[in-house]
Design a protein around this ligand. Structure first.
Ligand code: BES
Ligand code: MN
Ligand code: ZN
Length: 490
């Protein structure tokens, strides 16, 4: 992965293969006169001729400087209102271009830069240069491009700027881990693999870990989770990671992640078209693991528990059937209407399990419903809670992370939609308000603590190539989780 450092060199003199320069809309060369001179006025001319206007996401690649930076890449930030967000986006685009060019290393320059902005640029450069190439054969030697391995941020090297860099690296590592896990195919990223990854994090950072398999879940009477897992011979896993950075008696923030390593729909099988995207049905779990990787590096003074419900949803002779009734750990009976509404069944028992940690707050994240994608598209995560202050806290955290969320209702009026003829509740309310009824179902099991639910079905991955992010996982909800936790420390 990309390693980022700080260097106080002059941008006009820095010996780099590529100097990335972020500029706002209608830029002036006032702050970069030395660089302009070093490029023999190329920057001024590009701006004067309107080859570069500094619009958001605009890039202009200049070559041919003999001394100092051998290439210059101008990146536009547009009209900047939130400078941290604008820098993160420009750095992501810059990192992506540098990675594509195959220059191996690059330098970043954006005039005066605060420690917070250094953090944002670091996160952006790491995100932009992220790639999942583990399963591809290397290109023939002659065509091979150097991955972006080193970047320097041109800034004054102080304790504060190094702190910004370190937290940016921690967040970047966390998000990159989440994206790698998400991108890994279902035959490699199995429940066992998620256990290995969690154990590795626990060992490296001295965290606690508990893993329940099918047998242990039977003892725990987790009939809801087990109903999903009964269709697969793979051992399902409930993983609990414990990070203890706060006072021993301080109640923890508990994060819960849906970890469906593949969701075929089960007996209520999904159409073949696009089913491959259901390897991404563990993005909630990936976000929890990414967050713990970041926590291990940042070491904030707070207690955090991460719970992952990992299995696959498969049709088989042993699979659950529509019409079946199962009993969750909290004693509630569930009529299974649609076996494809499996995420809520897994989360139901994970949410009951969360209670034993005496949580300060529980937040679950799940690629839960196609209905949420219809409601909010790929722009905002659906945020549900009965606690308005908690919603505001999560929206603010998402905003800081560049992962916007938006509230959807969680009103008792919707409860009728999941009433069952034979059981306490049914697992599908049909098409109307599909994202809300899923959240209402979860609410039945999130008892005895403050709770919020994030539906990340539209935001955790993209089915198309975007400007800053290639087709595939976005890293959501890792940033939101990390910012939420940091917000609780300060
Ligand atoms: N994992 C899916 C939700 C999903 C859909 C995520 C599209 C990402 C993109 C979930 O398990 C599911 O299948 N939900 C059903 C629920 C329905 C049967 C009540 C859905 O949304 O169709
Ligand atoms: Mn499903
Ligand atoms: Zn699913």
């Amino acid at each position: 992965m990309l390693s980022v450092s700080i260097n106080s060199a002059n941008p006009a003199e820095v010996g780099t293969a590529l100097l990335i320069v972020a500029l706002p809309e209608n830029p002036s060369v006032a702050g970069i006169t030395a660089l302009d001179a070093a490029t023999q006025g190329a920057l001024t001319r590009s701006i004067e001729m309107k080859d570069f206007r500094g619009s958001r996401d605009e890039v202009l690649h200049l070559t041919g400087v003999a001394k100092g930076p051998r290439r210059v890449l101008l990146v536009g930030m547009g009209a900047v209102t939130d400078r941290k967000a604008a820098l993160r986006r420009a750095a992501t685009l810059g990192g992506r271009n540098a990675h594509r060019l195959g220059v191996g290393e690059a330098a970043w320059y954006s005039e005066q830069i605060t420690p917070d902005e250094i953090e944002a640029v670091t996160v952006g450069l790491i995100a932009g240069s992220w790639e999942y190439a583990d399963l591809k054969s290397p290109a023939p030697e002659a065509e091979r491009k150097k991955p972006l391995e080193k970047a320097i941020i041109l800034a004054t090297n102080t304790d504060d700027s190094r702190r910004g860099l370190a937290s940016g690296q921690a967040m970047g590592e966390g998000q990159s881990l989440a994206r790698r896990l998400a991108m890994m195919p279902g035959n490699l990223c199995t429940p066992d693999y998620l256990v290995q990854t969690a154990s590795d994090i626990a060992k490296r950072y001295g965290m606690g870990i508990t893993v329940l398999g099918r047998r242990e879940m039977e003892v725990e009477k987790m009939g809801s989770f087990l109903a999903v897992a009964q269709g697969t011979p793979q051992d399902p896993k409930l993983i609990a990671l414990e990070y203890k950075g706060g006072k021993p008696n301080a109640k923890p923030v508990v994060l819960v992640g849906k970890g469906l390593c593949f969701d075929s729909g089960g007996i209520s099988i999904k159409p073949a078209q696009g089913m491959e995207f259901m390897k991404f049905d563990m993005c909630g779990a990936a976000g929890v693991l990414g967050t713990f990787e970041a926590l291990g590096r940042m070491k904030p003074e707070v207690n955090v528990v991460g719970i992952i419900g990992a299995t696959t949803n498969m049709p088989s002779g042993t699979a659950m059937n529509p019409g079946d009734v199962v009993k969750a750990q909290n004693g509630k009976s569930i009529e299974i209407i649609n076996t494809d509404a499996e995420g809520r069944l897994v989360l139901a028992d994970c949410l009951s399990y969360a209670k034993r940690f005496d949580p300060d707050v529980v937040i679950d994240a799940a690629t839960l419903t196609g209905a949420c994608v219809i409601a909010l598209g790929h722009t905002a995560t659906g945020v549900f809670s009965g606690d308005d202050a908690l919603i505001a806290e999560i929206l603010a955290a998402g905003k800081r992370a560049g992962e916007p969320g938006w509230p959807l209702p969680l009103w008792d009026e919707y409860k009728d939609l999941i009433k069952s003829d034979v059981a306490d509740v049914k697992n599908s309310g049909g098409r109307p308000a599909g994202a809300v009824t899923a959240a209402m179902f979860l609410k039945e099991f999130a008892e005895g603590y403050a709770w919020a639910h994030l539906d990340i079905a539209g935001t955790a991955y993209s089915e198309t190539d975007l400007v800053t992010i290639p087709k595939g996982p976005t890293g959501v909800p890792t940033g939101t989780f990390i910012e939420f936790i940091r917000g609780r420390v300060r």
